[in-house]
Design a protein around this ligand. Sequence first.
Ligand code: SF4
Ligand code: ZN
Ligand code: ZN
Length: 372
Amino acid sequence: MRLCCPSTCPMEKKPKVSQLCELCHCRKAIVKRPKNLQKICKLCFYEVFETEIHNTIVSNNLFFEGERVAVGASGGKDSTVLAYVLKLLNERYHYGIDIVLLSIDEGIIGYRDDSLATVKRNKEQYQLPLEIVSYRELYNWTMDEIVSCAGLKNSCTYCGVFRRQALDRGAAKLGINHVVTGHNADDMAETVLMNLLRGDVARLEKSTSIMTSSVGSPIKRSKPFKYSYQKEIVLYAHYKKLDYFSTECSYAPEAFRGTARELMKNLESIRPSCIIDIIHSGENLVLKPKKVRKQFRKKDVTEVEVRSDGSVSLFKDGNRCERCGYLSSNRICKACTLLEGLEKNRAKLKIDTDTSTDGAAKTTRELEQLSF
Ligand code: SF4
Ligand SMILES: [Zn+2]
Ligand SMILES: [Zn+2]
């Protein structure tokens, strides 16, 4: 005989054993972790998600006490979660770092203006200082103007080159030497696949590095979400009710990356661990050492680098672009080369970033710096 009302009886509400969290065994499992399909409760999800990022930070010695760190903040889910988690971990584990939000305004109406409004709200919500650097102020061009002048096809090539330099300049303006970005495990695995598929050995080697920097540049970049799945970042943002912007950029994303992403999603649906497995494979690839020989003829050049595509570059750490003063292994930096083309209204450089190995693709590889 039932002695109490079924709607109020605690026994009635107790979840079945099969629904219990596989970690704490006491709360109801509501999340199936995309990473390993483990069924866990919300609190355990927060705990494992945050702890994994903390372990990545500590095991790679990403920060030192007193370091000033700029979070590359776009207002999207990855960088919003990064700013939130980094602030939380900094307080919880006493990293002793000083966090600043650094945003780039590419000048894309209907996309970046709205996402920057999100970053401005994040600034208030997380009580973090914010610096915004715009393409207009640095290059006197907006992405909208570049696309109308040079077409849609190469928009991400221009944007990537300009953004990389803009982030460095923004960080330098703030006196900061470390920029952290929200690149996640999915992004990294996609990059490994892309470089593998197009035989870009030089980039393949660097594509799994958690920390990178340009030759001679004091500014380093790191990716604390290197092992964090995109789906888990979205889940975390959702459960924590974080304020982020989810609209895609109005300009076409890189076609080849889209194909690599689709391929990886198909693989992930069969084998969820494939994202991490691809990253581990990339990390363990051992490439033949590069041929580097001493150059004696020119006094001011220290080394000759023979690139994987056979081209040769003379460089010396700390070389600067003759026009803008930005670090460059060539006389004119990549951004200035692109700007020159734009200014002369002949920006229709034959750029084929996808499969070609001809001279145009070499030009593209030299122009692009999208590995951050
Ligand atoms: S999708 Fe391309 S154009 Fe748009 S913000 Fe990203 S890199 Fe720039
Ligand atoms: Zn639990
Ligand atoms: Zn320059």
